[in-house]
Write a protein that binds this ligand. Structure first.
Ligand code: C2G
Length: 456
């Protein structure tokens, strides 16, 4: 009996269409056994595919349902194709001829065959036909406003065309310079009364709560720089309001949406470093050098920066049970804070934030078998390494990272709106509560301390 001939092909297969089906049938016709590699969402995002509308699980399900497909695997990184060729003893690698030349390097492992592509149909075209473009407005002229406008250009489902700021002259100068932002408003009610469906808020931290509340009440989805509120009760109120209004409220914590950060969490979930006992992360910034307004600095290191280490700690260890602060104050606000949190099974979170000193911004996740090291700046995650006592077993993961990272967050925000979802798996409402607990408790403890001092 002749050996069976194994064919492999890869793709995203978003909104599975006739072009994909033709290609898969042509691939199967080359042999006996067809393996299809469906790209994982983190891998797609790291190779610049930001606008995929279906989850990995849904795309896998659609391919599994096809009669002529014999096996479905998930493609997670760039080098996997070569590994799969060896692992599955592949005879032919087939792919559409839009890729001609790109995979010639795989001829070293197998025979590469470029097959004719079906003209006139694509996932991009289907997405355009099926989903409306989301009109979005910007609130404030903050530190990330410019970057947000630039990065939203990479997310085809979003159009940013309005801005609100209370300083009329600044606003005028801004709209004159930015031709894509056609409309400037210095009246928030008027701004909210337009056809925009969503807003991005980047203002002074103490204004967030009121601006979010009014936007949600006006029926807009909200993406807002963290912290969403500076008071415990206020955060809960905003989250219940979003739920009641059936609107999406998301913290603009860009780290949470980076492909490499999500891949790190996925790998840790497999137990690669054993039981995790401690997560330690540092985030410092010398804002003073950058001429930021005094009122911003006076919010203190914890309010400005703690959400980043708290994100890493909470995503890995879950909710914190006890929180202890070791803070250093100057001129009435904290310039440095070492925050120790206790979690399930006694695991420890150690977060260090500072705006008055500079330190190494790396992170270490320690487990019973080994540890993960993320070099500085860990919150712009591009690479991470799993290290073991036997250094031969150590391995490094490297991911592409486009622009300043905001585009991954904007893509998730728009994809959730398009799919009618209110919760992001990458940053759920309960993640947001957990992450903000540190700064909200710190603000509470400071309030109580001041009250006691006043009474004494
Ligand atoms: N395809 C086709 N005709 C179309 C559209 C797509 O033949 N009108 C083919 C592509 O050439 C590819 C497969 O269908 O072989 C899957 O296409 P996509 O989902 O767009 O995936 P792609 O980004 O091409 O993935 O590791 C991933 C692969 O490198 C390519």
């Amino acid at each position: 009996m002749q050996n069976k001939k194994t064919i492999i092909t890869y793709g995203t297969y978003d909104m599975l269409h006739i072009g994909h089906m033709n290609l898969l049938e042509r691939a199967k016709a080359l042999g006996d056994y067809l393996i299809v590699g469906v790209t994982d969402e983190n891998y797609d995002r790291s190779r610049g595919k930001l606008n995929v509308s279906q989850s990995t699980a849904d795309r896998v399900k659609a391919i599994e349902a096809l009669d002529f497909v014999d096996m479905v695997i998930v493609e997670k990184h760039k080098n996997q194709k070569a590994e799969d060729m060896v692992k599955y003893d592949v005879d032919i690698f087939a792919i559409g001829d839009d890729w001609v030349g790109a995979f010639d390097y795989l001829n070293e492992y197998t025979h590469v065959e470029y097959l004719p592509r079906t003209e006139g149909i694509s996932s991009t075209k289907l997405r355009k036909e099926n989903f409306d473009i989301i009109k979005m407005g910007i609130v404030g002229l903050g530190r990330d406003t410019q970057a947000f406008i630039d990065e939203s250009g990479f997310v085809s489902s979003i159009k940013v065309n309005r801005i609100y700021a209370n300083d009329f002259l600044e606003l005028k100068a801004f709209t004159k310079e930015h031709k894509t932002i056609k409309y400037g408003h210095d009246n928030y009610d008027e701004f909210l009364d337009t056809s925009i469906e969503a807003v991005y808020i980047d203002t002074a931290l103490e204004q967030h709560y009121t601006l979010i509340k009014r936007a949600l009440e006006a029926g807009k989805h909200v993406l807002c720089e963290n912290p969403l509120a500076l008071d415990k009760g206020e955060l809960k109120e905003l989250l219940s309001l979003a739920k009641r209004e059936k609107k999406l409220l998301l913290s603009a914590l860009k780290t949470a949406f980076l492909p490499a950060f999500n891949q790190l969490l996925q790998e840790l979930g497999t137990g690669v470093i054993g039981d995790i006992k401690e997560v330690r992360a540092t985030r410092t910034s010398l804002y003073k050098e950058k001429d930021y307004a005094d009122t911003f600095i006076q919010q203190g290191a914890t309010n400005i920066l703690s959400s980043y280490p708290s994100l890493l700690v909470n995503k890995i260890l879950g909710k914190s049970k006890n929180i202890t602060f070791f803070d250093q104050e100057e001129e009435g606000y904290d310039i440095n804070n070492l925050i120790v949190t206790q979690h399930k099974n006694g695991a420890l979170g150690i977060s260090n934030v500072a705006i008055g000193m500079k330190s190494e911004g790396d992170a270490v996740i320690s487990g019973t078998k080994g540890y993960a090291y993320i070099p500085a700046p860990w919150w712009l995650t591009k690479t991470f390494e799993f290290r073991f006592e036997d250094s031969h077993k150590s391995h490094t993961y490297k991911y592409e990272f486009e622009g300043c990272g905001l585009r991954y967050m904007i893509a998730e925000f728009s994809s959730l709106i398009q799919r009618g979802k209110r919760k992001s798996k990458m940053l759920s409402p309960s993640d947001m509560v957990g992450i903000n607990r540190v700064l909200l408790e710190y603000n509470d403890s400071k309030k109580n301390k001041n009250k006691k001092e006043e009474e004494a």
